[in-house]
Design a protein around this ligand. Sequence first.
Ligand SMILES: *Cc1c(COP(=O)(O)O)cnc(C)c1O
Length: 217
Amino acid sequence: MSIAGNLAAIKSSIPENVTLVVVTKTHPIDKIMEVYNAGHKIFGENKVQEMVDKHEQLPEDIEWHLIGHLQTNKVKYIAPFVSLIHSVDSLKLLQEINKQAAKNNRIIKCLLQVYIANEETKFGKDFDEVEAILSSKEFEQLKNIKIVGLMGMATNTENKEQIKNEFHSLKVFYNKHNQFSILSMGMSSDFAIAIDEGSTMVRIGSLIFGERNYQSN
Ligand SMILES: *Cc1c(COP(=O)(O)O)cnc(C)c1O
């Protein structure tokens, strides 16, 4: 099927209250424009440099989401335009985002990335560490960031029960802190389970563009 066809199929299979972030990492401008021309304007990238390059080349009205690990020294490059950072995993990073947001006269929306997978490779904080950040004095002082929700990635496994349990644990934690409005969970392989478990934002690449040539992150 065409990219526009894949996009339409995904859109019709997710509920209206779930936001679709089309993950454009590794894909060229002309392919991304097919999605844009089909009317979709919320895109996710996992690398700062790639996001900056694409932001320069693509239309202004695109909402750019940073979904991959973010190093503090690179925050300044995306601070002028990023609309949501999904992958915040330290107070130090939040402080830097706050500083760069202030320089740009902005309030940058962020999600805290929570570690729910049973894997060594995934970034994020565990539930206790997230609570420690949210209740810290340092966090209270940050006026140019707003934590609007949580993000989590399930284990990369065929075991649907395990994926379901991991997403469920994040949803329970999300509900417990009823200050959030975005729960970002689910990608091509597991978005249906994530939605069943209460996701409000899914991040989908491969199902729209086909497999990436190389695995990044
Ligand atoms: C690449 C990526 C996705 C999308 O993965 P697909 O399997 O292509 O849908 C979602 N979230 C994050 C954090 C990613 O890095």
